[in-house]
Design a binder for this molecule. Structure first.
Ligand SMILES: Cc1ncc(COP(=O)(O)O)c(C=O)c1O
Length: 394
């Protein structure tokens, strides 16, 4: 079926202002999401914050079944929190690591996750190990099989890294984890919203993602999915009166479901709008979104490959909508600034975000051009022409 690009753009006000290829930073919100945000803020202004939350309770709760539908899980396995990292942290820090426990991760791992590994390793003596890459730079699943033993406490990888088009073979990694009875944590921050994510197919036990990127929701929202069987085993590092009930002066009781990873106060307007964004993505269809993004990013990679000064930097045999590159003799921020001046949004990804990968490849920074389904072939062509101009004028 043909993708209704006109409707997608008509419902994306930001499209008229700029060419937005910073969807891996924060995508443009569509009209239904913007309306949901504004409507609730207006209601809060009119009748009061608590009263507005009560009046809009059905909308506040709608995010859980929406995320559950997207992931093929139960709404009670979903916690909605301030961002992907907070959700990820609440699950990761709930594991009881001790000296000699092995944490297996990947070379594309994201800074915030790796900082948490380092902290836990320093405090407990747990060991952090990187699963070797295959020849394309993705996680080598056979190598993973070879290094597993009974000391592996957690397998924790990033699905799509912040710095490029690589898609790690999450389902295969998850299958190995399952065969060995090891919990599998997947950072799906950059994959959520640009491809289907089914927790059964992926064999994941924990999955975190954010609202503002390919899901096109508001900033300051994210979620974590935790498999039902694991929830009871994980006591989050931080608790409040939403995660637990103060049952007697001396005692508290954790709630049974994934709400134990949440906290009481939250941005209600953003929570409603996030649910709207997930439903909006599902209405387009995750397969249709993935295929439209593949067409655009494929065309973009082809055009960039034809520019002699440009070097594509995407790893992996399977690639997604984040197109990463460098330009000979031009620092990535200079490239991004040149395009920004021409009304085109891109972003720089620095070594500090993906230290293992960037250090390994000798890169300090690279440029990210991340397309979404509402972008067009014409925008790709205009971007490539503008980039050529920036390179000529350097
Ligand atoms: C791969 C990856 N994981 C996690 C995050 C963190 O997401 P958040 O800022 O919502 O915590 C990002 C953000 O860029 C990311 O790219």
């Amino acid at each position: 079926m043909k993708f209704d690009i006109e409707r997608a753009r008509a419902q994306t006000p930001g499209c008229t202002e700029r060419i937005h290829f910073n969807n891996c930073g924060a995508a443009l919100m569509p009209t239904p999401v913007i309306d949901a945000l504004k409507t609730h803020i207006d209601l809060e202004a009119r009748i009061g914050g608590y009263e507005a939350a009560e009046a809009a309770d059905a909308k506040v709760q709608a995010g859980y079944p929406a995320i559950a539908r997207m992931l093929n899980c139960k709404p009670t396995e979903v916690a909605i929190v301030e961002n992907a990292t907070r959700g990820w942290d609440m699950a990761f820090y709930a594991f009881d690591f001790s000296a000699g426990d092995r944490i297996l991760t990947c070379s594309a791992e994201y800074a915030s996750n790796y900082i948490a590994y380092l902290q836990v390793a320093r405090k407990t003596g747990a060991l952090i190990e990187t699963i070797p890459d295959d020849s394309h730079g993705a996680v080598d699943v056979d190598a993973l099989r070879d290094i597993i033993d009974e000391r592996v406490k957690l397998i924790t990888v990033t699905h799509v890294p912040t710095n490029g088009g690589l898609v790690n073979p999450a389902a295969e990694i998850g299958r190995v984890a399952r065969e060995h009875g090891i919990p599998f944590l997947l950072d799906a921050c950059q994959s959520a919203g640009q491809m289907p994510l089914d927790v059964e197919e992926l064999n994941v036990d924990i999955l975190s993602a954010t609202s503002r990127k390919f899901l096109r929701g508001p900033r300051g929202m994210g979620f974590v999915y935790v498999r039902e069987e694991l929830i009871a085993e994980l006591e989050p590092p931080l608790l409040d009166m939403r995660a637990a009930t103060w049952v007697t002066p001396e005692d508290y009781r954790l709630v049974d479901d994934a709400q134990r990873f949440e906290n009481w106060e939250c941005n209600v307007a953003a929570k409603i709008a996030f649910g709207t964004a997930v439903n909006y993505a599902l209405d387009w269809g995750m397969d249709a979104i993935e295929s439209r993004i593949a067409t655009l990013s494929g065309g973009l990679r082809e055009a960039l490959a034809a520019i002699p000064a440009v070097r594509l930097r995407d790893l992996g045999s399977r690639q997604c909508g984040i197109v990463s590159f460098t330009v000979a003799h031009m620092a990535p921020p200079v490239v991004v600034m040149g395009l920004q001046e021409r009304g085109i949004n891109l972003s720089v990804s620095r070594a500090t975000s993906t230290q293992l990968d960037m250090h390994g490849r000798g890169l300090d920074a690279l440029v990210r051009a991340a397309v979404h389904y509402y972008n067009t072939e014409d925008e790709v062509a205009r971007f490539v022409a503008a980039l050529e101009e920036v390179i000529r004028q350097k």
